[in-house]
Design a binder for this molecule. Structure first.
Ligand code: SF4
Length: 321
């Protein structure tokens, strides 16, 4: 078993649930998810659209109120905080969104956008000092000083995402949820932004959750990777281990779809058949059973437990786990 006592845990998520009421019943977007992240590390959360990965990020920050469960941040149960206490703490917990264009106010210049949180939270009261801080943040994220008074529509996607990163950094956070931060960008720009985020993490000692639908994006970036399927975490392991020895059938299918440069090491593509079951009032069976080539009787009658099958490698599967 893992020696958690020795780890410096910044974020401890315990039995997190987020359900949404719909006309057809409760939609179980996130259903009893538990994990921890060490300070200064990155957890990649991967899965198809609608698997609950973005809802986890927003529930941790309480941008969405969790239905139940606990989020312990730096030793403090933040699910018990009131709105004012949470507002103060949110300075330490930031988010970077997928679409930098729609997350920026088109009427605000680069400098106004980065300056806004500093003003709102009264972090730096002196205008001159605030301008200095904005310039410093622009330099950190690689935005030239000449862009100070430009508007988002005048910039490309990469630069717009740099504004989003600078804005998040303005509050000197400890932790950032990065919600598909490079998905809307060209491949060449994706690498630049990922390198920038890695550099900043090393300098500032930041802890990240990196949410993506694309396993290949987090391969080199994340220390650990968690795979989600229909509101459940189905596998979690250190990145290398997950890529070398994927255990859950869904992880195996995701990995088989990633092209690798050496064709001798390309996994045989696993094409998933069968219907995706509904996340509304799901039955207490394995949620992947309808698409799983290994499904057996037990899978159709009980939900597999998320178990540590070897040190730091967690899997929810009756057959493979
Ligand atoms: Fe497949 Fe059964 Fe494992 Fe679910 S529990 S992933 S259906 S083998």
């Amino acid at each position: 078993m893992s020696e958690n006592v020795k780890k410096d845990i910044l974020l401890d998520v315990q039995h997190l649930k987020k359900y949404f009421s719909t006309p057809r019943g409760m939609l179980h977007a996130v259903d009893d998810v538990s994990f921890q992240i060490e300070r200064g590390k990155t957890l990649g959360i991967v899965g198809e659209s609608g698997c609950g990965k973005s809802t986890i990020g927003r529930s941790i920050l309480r941008l969405l109120e969790p239905t139940s469960g606990k989020v312990i941040f730096d030793g403090q149960d933040i699910t018990a905080l009131n709105k004012n206490e949470m507002r103060a703490l949110r300075q330490k917990m930031q988010i970077i969104f997928q679409d930098p264009f729609s997350s920026l106010d088109p009427r605000m210049t680069v400098s106004q956008t980065i300056e806004e949180p500093l003003k709102l939270h009264g972090i730096i009261k002196d205008k001159k000092q605030r301008e200095q801080r904005v310039l410093q943040l622009m330099e950190t994220v690689g935005l030239a000083e000449r862009l100070y008074d430009t508007y988002p529509h005048e910039l490309d996607g990469g630069r717009r995402q740099r504004i989003g990163i600078a804005r998040a950094l303005a509050m000197k956070p400890k932790f950032i949820v990065c919600d598909e931060p490079v998905s809307a960008l060209d491949v060449s720009i994706q690498a630049q932004i990922l390198n920038l985020m890695e550099d900043i993490q090393a300098k500032e000692g930041l802890t990240y959750i990196f949410i993506t639908h694309d396993l290949s994006v987090v391969n080199h970036f994340a220390d650990d990777i968690a795979v989600m399927y229909m509101g459940r975490m189905v596998e979690k392991a250190p990145s290398e281990k997950l890529f070398e020895n994927p255990i859950h059938p869904y992880t195996q299918a995701l990995l088989s779809a990633i092209p690798v440069p050496d064709i001798h090491h390309q996994m045989k593509r696993i094409v998933l058949k069968g219907e995706v079951t509904s996340p509304i009032e799901p039955k207490p069976i394995c949620r992947f059973a309808a698409r799983c080539p290994y499904a057996c009787d037990q899978c159709m009658h009980s939900e597999p437990e998320f178990k540590e099958v070897e040190p730091d490698h967690w899997v929810a599967c009756h057959v493979k786990g």
